[in-house]
Design a protein around this ligand. Sequence first.
Ligand code: NI
Length: 138
Amino acid sequence: MIVSARLTFSAAHRLDNPKFDAEWNRRTFDKCNNPGGHGHNYILQVSVRGKIDPESGMVIDLAKLKEIMRERIVDRVDHRNLNADVDFLGGINPTAENLARAFWQQLAPAITQGSLYEIMLQETEKNSVVYRGEDEES
Ligand code: NI
């Protein structure tokens, strides 16, 4: 059984890889490399996989899951500059892919009822990524 909760946040970012020169970054990230950055209204959907608890009838209380999402992610990224303001994103180029992976690392240890199954991060109506912990150890 897989259950999901969804929250939104707004944040600014600029895609840039300091290992490469300005020309490479412009070519690779195009307008997402604009020096002043830009913003998105993100949608974060977190899915947990587990068995239905016979007493509660739930895999995990979705109110509790949202509380974990707020505490671990949303309250730390909402209305922030993702390149500069968020401790757990230090040194990370904030593409949707890298954000989803960093969010996974923040959330996985906090979910003790069932286990983290999937993170979907929507950056725009046309762009989203799904991460299922593929690159994680364990
Ligand atoms: Ni962007």
